[in-house]
Design a protein around this ligand. Structure first.
Ligand code: ADP
Ligand code: ZN
Length: 210
């Protein structure tokens, strides 16, 4: 099963991806997390990406598409995967088609911008495994430590109000057109992001198990 999670930054793609991944036994691929790792490790890709990500802009399509194609050629992706954060432009959506990657579901997590702002400023990310938390709504058992792997929780550099504003603008101008792209293919399923993670997940499951 191949699933795309669409939605604004902070719509809860990562959190839902993790739950879907557990239930269906397929890996989650977060291009943002891969890129942040590349930056931390100062790889060539990391050096290119840094200037974009820090400003809340998109990393160029060719760079991200190469990263993605390499990742999904791995053995663990042979039965499917969940894409969290790719595609983010029409060109990236077309790249999936060009590479004959047949998507089964596109789940569009719909959350208003006002809600997003509050969520992102309280977000924390595990520096080791990428799992996300929230300082109010989704706390770890021990403050500052990842429940899943014991890694240190950090506040992402791009989760500050100014950069968040840019990311939302980029989302509306460059990523939102994918809603029509996938509606035209008959793949788009809108899920309204609920107050609770489990409430949203129940709606996601209705789509995947329909
Ligand atoms: P969020 O969904 O909260 O914005 P991500 O971790 O998915 O977080 O993305 C963070 C940043 O990584 C983006 O703002 C962008 O700079 C870069 N990025 C991630 N995925 C892509 C992509 N598919 N295309 C271009 N840039 C990307
Ligand atoms: Zn972790």
């Amino acid at each position: 099963m191949k699933i795309i999670l669409l939605g604004a930054p902070g719509a809860g793609k990562g959190t839902q991806a993790e739950k879907i991944s557990k239930k269906f036994g397929i890996p989650t691929i977060s291009t943002g997390f891969i890129i942040r790792n590349a930056i931390a490790n100062e790889t060539e890709v990391g050096k290119v990406a840094k200037g974009y990500i820090d400003k809340g802009q998109l990393v160029p399509d060719e760079v991200v598409t190469n990263i993605l194609m390499e990742r999904i050629s791995n053995e663990d992706c042979k039965d499917g995967f969940i894409l969290d954060g790719y595609p983010r432009t029409i060109a990236q959506g077309e790249s999936l088609d060009d590479n004959n990657i047949k998507i089964d579901y596109v789940i569009d997590l719909v959350v208003p911008d006002e809600v997003i702002l509050g969520r992102l400023t309280g977000r924390r990310e595990c520096s080791k495994c990428g799992r996300t938390y929230h300082i109010v709504d989704n706390k770890p058992s021990v403050e500052g430590i990842c429940d899943a792997c014991g890694g240190e929780l950090i506040c992402r550099k791009d989760d500050n109000p100014e950069t968040i504003k840019n990311r939302l603008e980029v989302y509306h101008s460059q990523t939102e057109p994918l809603e029509k792209f996938y509606t035209d293919k008959g793949l788009l399923c809108k899920v309204i992001g609920q107050d609770s993670v489990d409430g949203t997940y129940a709606e996601v499951l209705k789509v995947l198990e329909a």
